[in-house]
Design a protein around this ligand. Structure first.
Ligand code: SF4
Length: 62
């Protein structure tokens, strides 16, 4: 199953991915973006987050 992955070393914490897909992306207690453990990821939403991410740090992994 494809799963979104975030390169935290590049993420600037802007929150754009959360605005687009709050079921997938959120801030953890340390203020870093985390990806929810879901059985299925909303592909269109994640693709939009990938397109909007200013640091190009979201990608799909197999
Ligand atoms: S959109 Fe990209 S840079 Fe912004 S918080 Fe999400 S992963 Fe980080």
């Amino acid at each position: 199953m494809r799963r979104p992955e975030i390169d935290l070393s590049a993420c600037n914490g802007c929150g754009a991915c959360i605005a687009v897909s709050p079921t997938v992306f959120s801030f953890n207690d340390l203020g870093f973006i985390q990806v929810a453990d879901l059985e299925f990821y909303p592909e269109a939403e994640v693709d939009e987050a990938i397109a909007l991410c200013p640091e190009d740090c979201i990608s799909w992994t197999e």
